[in-house]
Design a binder for this molecule. Structure first.
Ligand code: PEP
Ligand code: MN
Length: 376
């Protein structure tokens, strides 16, 4: 059961304390408080965990400062959608809005290899009106002999260049708690020229202690990549690990499934699950066409498979695109063969726009049916 308090409820107020005391005395129930910080208001949510079947929700709703009481299903308590719930979806970070209703593109380097390539990438993004990017500094690699990323050493120039080219948010993978501190310290030292979304890769999705550590910090939002060899439900539960520790600013990223049945793509493209994740949870949904497709193969219609997969995700309602570009893919130290070229950036963005407009038209079409009372 979820008890939502009136916006900006003061926890020192007598009314609040009265409600908290009452809830604390409920037998066989544990309380877990969760604060949702929005731009305009602060929301306190209290989760009642345990045997809540016999609790009278009307009695709880009548307690001081309580705005609403929602009975929630067992799964995805914080990030899930629940019956009768009109809880807010999305969040604002460093001037960029993330929700299930809009779309942000994060084109950039899979792995940062040099200052020169980072600058070329960011300059191209600015020229094309972009304010977000992806920049890998810490790379989890299958082989210990492969390039592991420049790590902490490249952060100062990534942040400095982001400031120079008006990049507001960088998606950056972290594989250890220490990386969060390094990012935070470097942002501070460079005067906070940009913001960072912490990316948790597909390989770390069931590293529960790591998930808890990332969820405990509230400075950065989190981009969680679906596990490539586990069920969707297992991946969504991993997202819930982040939220239960306090950070519910989570974006869920589909990146393809690891199966030999996926040939000819690197992973089996799973973008048909975009609407499913939006139905089950309140998380904005990202697609990663680069790691799903994994090549620059082209179809007879002239479009790259990466373009096709991107459009398929967007026409299904995706809210974010994480995609590999490189100024000189032949020199890239990681994933060069799947990178798009800077010259392709304007066309890629235009193609995204076509798919997004098509998605918007599709949702308007179903609204027509609803207003006529004919349900789809
Ligand atoms: C990446 O985005 O660079 C990456 C390693 O992705 P994934 O965790 O999906 O393999
Ligand atoms: Mn990669």
């Amino acid at each position: 059961m979820l008890v939502i308090l009136a916006p900006n409820t003061d926890e020192n107020a007598k009314e609040y304390q009265k409600t908290w005391e009452f809830l604390s005395t409920l037998p066989n129930v544990q309380l877990r408080k969760h604060i949702v910080r929005g731009m305009q208001q602060r929301l306190t949510e209290i989760y009642l965990i345990g045997d809540t079947t016999r609790i009278d929700s009307e009695q709880i709703a009548a307690l001081p400062t309580v705005e609403r009481v929602i009975r929630i299903s067992e799964s995805y308590r914080i990030l899930g959608r629940h019956k009768d719930s009109q809880r807010a979806v999305g969040f604002e970070y460093n001037g960029v809005h993330f929700s299930q209703d809009n779309l942000n593109v994060f084109a950039g380097l899979c792995a940062v290899d040099s200052r020169e390539h980072t600058e070329q990438m960011m300059k191209a993004l600015q020229e094309n009106g972009q304010q977000c990017t992806r920049m890998g500094a810490y790379k989890p690699r299958t082989s210990p002999y492969s390039f592991q990323g420049h790590g902490k050493a490249c952060l100062p120039y990534i942040f400095e260049l982001a400031g120079k080219y008006g990049i507001k948010v960088i998606a950056m993978e972290v594989t250890h708690e220490r990386h969060i501190e390094e990012i935070s310290e470097c942002l501070e030292q460079t005067g906070r020229p940009t913001g960072v979304i912490l990316q948790i890769g597909t390989r770390n999705i069931q590293n529960f202690e790591f998930l808890k550590a990332v969820g405990r910090q509230l400075e950065f939002p989190i981009l969680l990549k679906r596990g490539f060899g586990i069920t969707l439900s297992e991946s969504l539960n991993a997202a819930e690990y982040l939220a239960t520790e306090g950070n519910a600013n989570v974006i869920f990223c589909l990146r393809g499934m690891n199966t030999s049945l996926g040939n000819p793509h690197r992973n089996f493209v799973d973008f048909a699950h975009v609407p499913v994740v939006k139905r089950l949870t309140r998380m904005p949904v990202c697609i990663d066409p680069s790691h799903s497709v994994g090549s620059r193969e082209k179809t007879p219609d002239g479009l790259l498979d990466v373009f096709h997969a991107t459009a398929q995700g967007i026409i299904a309602g995706a809210n974010m695109v994480l995609v590999d570009f490189h100024p000189a893919p032949q020199k890239a130290l990681v994933d060069g063969p799947q990178a798009l070229l800077l010259a392709e950036l304007p066309i890629f963005l235009e193609d995204i726009d076509i798919a997004r407009q098509a998605y918007i038209k599709r949702t308007q079409l179903t609204k027509k049916l609803e207003t006529r009372g004919e349900v789809m």
